[in-house]
Design a protein around this ligand. Structure first.
Ligand SMILES: C[S@@+](CC[C@H](N)C(=O)[O-])C[C@H]1O[C@@H](n2cnc3c(N)ncnc32)[C@H](O)[C@@H]1O
Length: 239
């Protein structure tokens, strides 16, 4: 599948996430040992600081990142956008359960062509999404366009492992050997969880993503590693 490009890849990815939507949260928790919640919370804090405004979370999926943003002090409203139609009702249900549905609008849309004016949002985030986009640079350009000057673009994702040490080999074995089996057991779908390691291997390394962020005009682009070096949290600011 990794050879798919453009619209074909987009259709493949949207259908795949629709198929696993009802099991997506459970699999995330099992795969990361619950750590994914902490990673997004850290990312939400970095994205928002003390400023006031609206936040946009693209590739929002079942909405966890958008929900974390809605709890940040300066955030008046959040838009959660995704192109897989079956993910968004699950996000809405969670928002209702947490009494946050008034603060969040869920929108069907493509991260590579955002339906918002320039400079509108205080911050724009993407969690475990950029890796899946068919044109990552175009999506980053769009995210940067809609954030206001001084606002932050924050990207959280699994990155390809560097080197061939014992830790890296264990992590590869986990992604290639354990994750697809968990996909079959928990989600009844191993295709999506065979896709995951392929998508990580063909993704940008953390320094390559910094270069792409700078290329689309983000300043002070930087990152920190989490999850034993498997997850990178990138932040950049619009000048
Ligand atoms: C791995 S999930 C991440 C969901 C959520 N952000 C999280 O932190 O758990 C990736 C999501 O990206 C969405 N996605 C992929 N490409 C997209 C695009 N071009 N536009 C909007 N959403 C996209 C998929 O539908 C899926 O819901």
């Amino acid at each position: 599948m990794v050879q798919l490009k453009g619209d074909e890849k987009a259709r493949y990815v949207a259908t795949m996430f629709d198929r696993i939507s009802s099991r997506y949260d459970l699999l995330n928790t099992v795969m990361s040992g619950g750590m994914h919640h902490l990673w997004r919370r850290r990312a939400a804090r970095l994205a928002t600081r003390e400023d006031q405004g609206e936040a946009l979370d693209v590739a929002t999926g079942t909405g966890d990142f958008a929900l974390d943003l809605a709890l940040m002090p300066g955030i008046a409203r959040v838009v959660g956008l995704d192109f897989a139609p079956k993910m968004l009702p699950l996000a809405l249900q969670k928002a209702q359960r947490q009494s946050l549905s008034q603060q969040i609008n869920w929108m069907l849309g493509d991260a590579q062509s955002l339906p918002f004016p320039d400079g509108h949002f205080l911050c724009v985030t993407v969690g475990f999404g950029l890796r899946n986009f068919s044109d990552k640079e175009k999506a980053l350009r769009e995210m940067t366009r809609v954030v206001r000057p001084g606002g932050r673009v924050v990207i959280l994702d699994i990155v390809p492992l560097q080197g061939n040490g014992i830790l890296q080999r264990l992590q590869r074995a986990y992604f290639r050997g354990v994750v697809p089996r968990l996909g079959t057991l928990v989600a009844g779908n191993n295709e999506a969880y065979r896709y995951l390691p392929d998508s990580v291997d063909s993704y940008l390394t953390a320094p390559q993503l910094v270069a792409m962020m700078e290329g689309v005009g983000l300043q002070r682009a930087r990152y920190e590693m989490m999850g034993l070096g498997t997850v990178a949290l990138h932040v950049g600011e619009k000048g």
